[in-house]
Write a protein that binds this ligand. Structure first.
Ligand SMILES: [Zn+2]
Length: 489
């Protein structure tokens, strides 16, 4: 035997041992193996593996690689993903699921009249059963549309039982999320100016009661629950400052984010400055309240506000479809992203937008381009990052990327549709051409919750029927029939 033979034998032995080791190693068995898809990892190298495979063990991704690299995996279930895209699930950073009762109505109103004359009076009268029916249906819609985590700012009714029932309704579908419990405390001069003084149940609870109920809900659904509860003073501009301060303390106590609406309308900053001598962001910063804050909209900001939100790595839920529907304005997306703020996307509910994060990605790009006349202002990859890794970072979950150790929250998107032919570029396809109806499968925490047009945990037909029946009842009860007439205007 010459030297090279001996070397060769040694290498062969090492290889054999390695194969034996890897074959016997339990890491090579998994619960689910997705194989042969175009895997958009959004990992730190932004790899797209084509064709690639993903192994899922329990609630986590255990391996990601080429088909060959994962060929030694044995799985309880192998899913052939040839000709399909596999992406991290989408994170909806701002929604109001119960508002879906009013989808398709309330046209042509500015933000404050829309809230004070339609949404809040509706919220003052909706029952727990009605809210839960709408939430359950909307959670299914989210899953169907590739969303795997939703921040549901639920603000009516907000008694403890309803708050927990809403969390349970979301969890029952398999969706992951947080109920950001909306709080009002008492009316303020600014809430009166916005027309909220006509409302009879919105300001039902004192600041103390709001905090107590939220605390009890958070104790019952603490961080790490499938659906957590977070504190959510509804709006920085019109909530009592004491409520906001105590909500942030509560979030800090439990280690959760807190949520609110911030600078959505062009009147808020001036009203606030007039009353308190500081802008909304300036006040939050001066009080040291920005930590853990996640804010919907953030449209009306000056350079200093953006710098502060960036320095504090505040979370921003950009809701481009809602901002257009309600004519509230255009967020300075590029400046906020560059500042260090953690920007994700939100749908803001189905009655001022569309529970569709593919549409939100699409609109996030186009809105900036037409506003700046610069086609490079925001690119498809950046919109895709906001819907996945940006959202996951903002809400504080170990997801948004397809990589070992990440939560197995992912979506399989079919390409066997005319809008995917010819197929040239995965991200360009998703942002500009795909439809949420192309979603074939949604997996959340390793559990397949939607597959081939059916939901696996609930009877979607019963849920849809109940949502319709409950909406019919409330439209009748509140004499809202007018809104169902065609050609309302
Ligand atoms: Zn909202």
């Amino acid at each position: 035997m010459d030297q090279s033979d001996s070397e060769h034998r040694k290498i062969s032995n090492i290889q054999e041992n390695l194969v034996a080791e890897t074959t016997n190693n339990p890491v090579n068995s998994c619960d689910v193996l997705l194989t042969g898809g175009i895997v958009i990892t959004v990992d730190d190298d932004r790899r797209v593996i084509d064709p690639g495979s993903i192994a899922i063990q329990g609630e986590e991704i255990s391996a990601v690689g080429t088909i060959e690299e994962l060929s030694h995996y044995e799985a309880k279930r192998i899913i052939d993903c040839q000709g399909k895209l596999i992406t991290p699930g989408f994170v909806d950073c701002h929604n109001h699921l119960f508002e879906s009762m009013l989808r398709g109505v309330g046209e042509g109103m500015k933000l404050w009249p829309w809230l004070s004359q339609l949404l809040q009076p509706f919220g003052d009268r909706v029952t727990r059963e009605e809210a839960v029916a709408a939430v359950t249906n909307c959670a299914l819609e989210a899953i169907r549309n590739g969303t795997t985590f939703v921040v549901d700012n639920h603000y009516a009714p907000t008694d403890l039982e309803t708050t927990l029932a809403v969390a349970d309704a979301i969890a029952s579908t398999g969706l992951r999320g947080a109920v950001a419990r909306g709080m009002y405390g008492h009316p303020t001069a600014i809430s009166d100016q916005f027309g909220f003084d006509v409302l009879d149940r919105t300001f039902l609870y004192s600041v103390d009661e709001e905090i107590d109920i939220t605390r009890a809900a958070m104790e019952s659904r603490p961080p790490g629950s499938r659906v957590e509860v977070w504190p959510c003073p509804e709006n920085i501009s019109y909530n009592p400052q004491e409520l906001i301060i105590r909500a942030v303390e509560l979030a800090g106590e439990f280690g959760t984010p807190w949520h609110s609406h911030l600078a959505e309308d062009d009147t808020e900053q001036d009203l606030y400055r007039g009353q308190f001598g500081a802008g909304l962001v300036e006040w939050l910063h001066a009080e040291g309240l920005l930590e853990g804050g996640t804010f919907a909209h953030c449209i009306w900001l000056d350079d200093l506000d953006i710098e502060i939100l960036g320095e504090t790595h505040s979370g921003i839920a950009h809701c481009p479809v809602s901002n257009q529907y309600l004519a509230t304005g255009i967020m300075r997306l590029k400046a906020l992203r560059n500042s260090g703020a953690v920007v994700g996307l939100g749908s803001d509910g189905s009655c001022c937008g569309n529970q569709d994060l593919i549409l939100a990605m699409h609109q996030a790009v186009l809105l900036q381009r037409v506003n700046t006349l610069d086609p490079t202002e925001v690119l498809a990859e950046q919109a895709f990052e906001m819907a996945t890794i940006g959202g996951a970072r903002q809400v504080g979950i170990n997801a948004g990327q397809l990589a070992p150790g990440k939560r197995a929250d992912l979506v399989v998107i079919g390409l066997d549709v005319p809008q995917a032919r010819p197929f040239n570029n995965p991200i360009g396809h998703i942002v500009y051409n795909s439809r949420v109806t192309d979603v074939d499968m949604t997996i959340i925490g390793g559990q397949i919750v939607y597959e081939d047009g059916r939901f696996t945990l609930v009877d979607e037909f019963a849920v849809m029927e109940e949502a319709q029946a409950r909406a019919d009842e409330i439209f009748e009860r509140l004499s809202l029939g007018y809104f169902r007439n065609n050609w309302q205007n």
